[in-house]
Design a protein around this ligand. Structure first.
Ligand SMILES: C[S@@+](CC[C@H](N)C(=O)[O-])C[C@H]1O[C@@H](n2cnc3c(N)ncnc32)[C@H](O)[C@@H]1O
Length: 301
């Protein structure tokens, strides 16, 4: 299929935010993650693996990479607080708008986050690395942010750098969409049809990169899905915004020629990508939690 150039969502931060908010509500994203973080799986797989020896004065050092509006990071901080009453939380995210929302959320949850001190860095992780700060962290969280490492080299660099910032005995949690969920299969089809300007990164890419780097990890797969029936109703504002999110395009319904829209919608409705149940059309958004536990006593790097 010939490649056609459509306005990329990644180049329009305002529209991206609108679309991302719609996706978060439609998929119930934050409720799903809150439930996982509050579950025993999280206590065992993440908090239970953390071996931090802190003297009385020291707080647990936490780094959030691409934390966005902070809902998931705050849920994690609340769990960590149960075991570590003082936390120094550094947040690195280039989006002024999202950092602002995270700050507002942290203020509104000041009671639940009592003991947490935040240090906000409006930077990409590449800019943060360049600035040369040598702080090491007991816990590093990169939740759905490694999609922005848009080549194999960039992903290797993110992982190598973040691992070097992890304390021995520390834990890094990376969450990414899986390589074989319906959403990824849909995106692969889009990449073939028209979205050749963007490199999809999945949990499979993160795991391959960790394998190449010789960094051990444990993977926990979690199911999630979203009803995308509104995408097939041209009059639905929510559906059109979701379609923008899924195709990484600004106003896909206006920008794409009819024949391309037909192909894309047929692909989305196909059993390769989604599952029909009466009036509902479900797209799977399964994700992996990749947990890295840096051994105690490994040579400083
Ligand atoms: C899909 S959002 C995920 C936000 C949040 N962690 C969540 O799961 O709701 C990706 C986040 O990565 C941030 N981001 C984009 N490029 C980045 C980079 N180079 N370094 C660090 N963060 C980046 C974006 O600003 C955004 O907040």
């Amino acid at each position: 299929m010939a490649s056609q150039s459509l306005p990329s969502l990644l180049k329009n931060p305002d529209h991206y935010l609108k679309v991302f908010n719609t996706y978060c509500s439609a998929s119930g994203k934050f409720n799903v993650y809150q439930a996982w973080v509050d579950s025993e799986h999280f206590s065992e797989a993440v908090v239970g693996k953390l071996q931090a020896t802190l003297d009385g004065q020291e707080g647990l050092r936490v780094l959030g990479v691409g934390s966005g509006s902070g809902e998931i990071d705050c849920a994690i901080l609340e769990q960590l607080l149960r075991q570590f009453p003082r936390i120094d939380n550094r947040v690195v995210d280039p989006s002024d708008e999202l950092l602002g929302r995270y700050k507002a959320l942290a203020e509104s949850r000041a009671h639940q986050l009592h003991g947490v001190t935040c240090d906000w860095r409006q930077q990409t992780i590449e800019q943060y690395e360049k600035a040369g700060d040598l702080t090491k962290f007991h816990f590093i969280g990169a939740i759905h942010s490694m999609y922005h490492a848009d080549s194999e080299d960039a992903l290797n660099s993110w992982l190598t750098y973040l691992y070097s910032r992890l304390e021995n005995g520390g834990v890094m949690l990376i969450i990414m969409r899986t390589e074989d969920c319906g959403c990824t299969r849909f995106l692969n089809g889009c990449q073939l049809s028209f979205r050749d300007d963007f490199n999809d990164v999945t949990s499979g890419d993160v795991r391959s990169s960790l394998d190449r780097l010789g960094i051990a990890y444990t993977q926990y797969r979690q199911p999630q899905r979203m009803n995308i029936a509104t995408c097939f109703d041209r009059a639905s504002e929510v559906g059109n915004l979701l379609l923008d999110f899924l195709t990484f395009t600004v106003c896909f319904r206006e920008a794409a020629p009819e024949d391309l829209q037909t192909r894309v919608m047929e692909h989305l409705a196909s059993s390769d990508c989604s599952e029909r149940n009466g009036d509902e059309i479900w797209l799977s958004l399964d994700w992996d939690a990749v947990v890295i536990n840096k051994p105690l006593g490994i040579a400083a790097q």
